[in-house]
Design a protein around this ligand. Sequence first.
Ligand code: SF4
Length: 703
Amino acid sequence: MADGSAALRTVKTTCAYCGVGCGVAGAVGEGRSVLITGDAAHPANLGRLCSKGSALGATVGLEGRLLEPTINGKSANWHEATALVARRFKETIARHGPDSVAFYVSGQLLTEDYYVANKLMKGFIGSGNIDTNSRLCMASAVAAHKQAFGADLVPGCYEDLELADLVVFSGHNAAWTHPVLFRRMEQARARGQKHVVIDPRRTDTAEGADLHLAIAPQSDVRLWNGLLADLVRRGAIDRDYIASHVNGFEQVTAALVESDQSLSAVAADCGVAIEDLRTFYDLFAANARTVSLFSMGANQSAQGVAKGLAIINAHLATGRIGKPGACPFSITGQPNAMGGRETGGMANTLAGHMDFSPEDRDRVARFWGAPDTTRAPGLKAVEMFEAVRDGRIKAIWVMATNPAVSLPASGAVRDALAACPFVVVSDCVETDTTAFAHVKLPALAWGEKDGTVTNSERRISRQRALFPPPGQARADWKIMADVATAMGFDGFGWASNAAVFREWARLTAYENRDRFLSLAGLSALTPSAYGELLPVQWPIGVDGEGTPRLFVDGRFQTPDRRARMVPVLPKGPAELTSAAFPMSLNTGRIRDQWHTMTRTGLAPDLCRHAPEPYVEIHPEDAEALGLKDGALARVSTARAEAVAVAKVSDRQRRGSLFMPMHWTDAFAPSGRANALVEPRVDPTSGQPEFKHTPARVRPYRET
Ligand code: SF4
């Protein structure tokens, strides 16, 4: 142990922070001390951990924890709190209908938690109003997958990242956001793997890449469409694959001729040198083993779905999918964003990747014994809080997330919560959002929770408890199940998390569904087998074997089993810059912080990387504005103003600003970046445009 004491036992679990889903070994000592190392047997990380994962042991103290239920700020017991939540939700539904209530949940929830939340809201309350903060990180990729593949399916696996000869990072700063995966790819470079980074910023990922295309903000679709046109010109498409497995190629290529696809025109529109563009297109044409990673830089846009589709089109046209080292690959942000997608934690899916077709809806309703199961999707995250603000939603339950900081226009979210007649927050810690709660419910934290999560390569891993529950904290699934029972609903009386998981796994295979998402081989797990479950990738056959790679046989989840290429045209950002707000503000993550710092903010080592809110700006812009490196700056948008330290860097494009989104009231209330962002979203995915908000910046004290 770090403190010299002996470990009492070692528990294998999964990291709490990102979609890589690294295996962690926790050597537990006295009290809540734990020595964290990487689990060498876990296929996601093979023993490696990044700075955040390595610091998990520094964040498991009880400082700031919610340890008892409260009602209007006063201590309550579980019976009182559960009864009140059940009564207020029932009364609201009886008076205003099921769509007058909502759940806003989180990629921190375990799959078992997600399953229960979705069953309660969609199945028994009868509303689609459950959405997740994962809406903010990958909803555009989900929508692109559904259009192209017929379902939200991630084709590849991490091994593909090592097998690829070319990796394209599209809006993905893997070196900071998915460091362990990045290290795996850095090792592959030793045998000649090439890296191309498409990002307006010169990130750490771009810094060492073979090619960095510092494209103009929001020109991604133009760049990828230009690539497809170039591949057609070269004859570098796979006509046999298209003939056998793909629809829509002619429609897509017909749409391309509507604009000038010459290298010079594309390079000019994307703001890159023609030689660099040619280099990228040459590399893509020459390397059959290409993986195109895309993440929040692509997804967090008013045209995020189009970006995903443009990337997928290039892969379908070249048959680079379902093969070793070749696929488009969306990487998720949170540890269980995938689990939420699977169980229906998003407002526009039902459960088990089923939609709202009458057939799917009736199948789920039969399985649950829930005749009131909703027939329609609910409100997505941004719409949900707008509905809270205008009074359509009168009771909301926020679980394990902090929308008062993380959502766009977070000031308006605070106004909405303040005006809402009934707000419940279940979380492990006090947050900016708990300040608005009428009822606070103490949930288990990482290190106490026990259940499953799914990482970006569809791999299900166990999170296991290192410590006993502190105070009166309870598992999220149990909190919800008790409220459901108190509301008078049957079907929520599970004896354990293993029983919840078994029911979920049975649903995925119910009535012989011909779908990829099947956990058939896990639907009869005994409690001890569930406890010992080894990491496995779905789909999982009845023999328990997982599946590393999808679409190997060229069959997709569409009715005719053929993938679809979808025409997409480049569009500008939802809102243009102006004389008043002449710069483009991009908000995002930094290497050593997670979400709104509720946990990583407790680790001194992690706070050293960037101790205060900053705004990154190009040196020429800084000079023109009289801003010095390290000086305080005011960043303003039409929505709000924030104060941050100017970081002058030629990593930033001229005319662009970058601000990290992590800081909260507890750390730097005037530095909340997402308070500046307008709640504009992709019309299909509902994902907010965090990557572009017209803004201006000036010295804190202008002379
Ligand atoms: Fe945790 Fe992600 Fe780091 Fe792995 S890469 S240790 S999952 S934060």
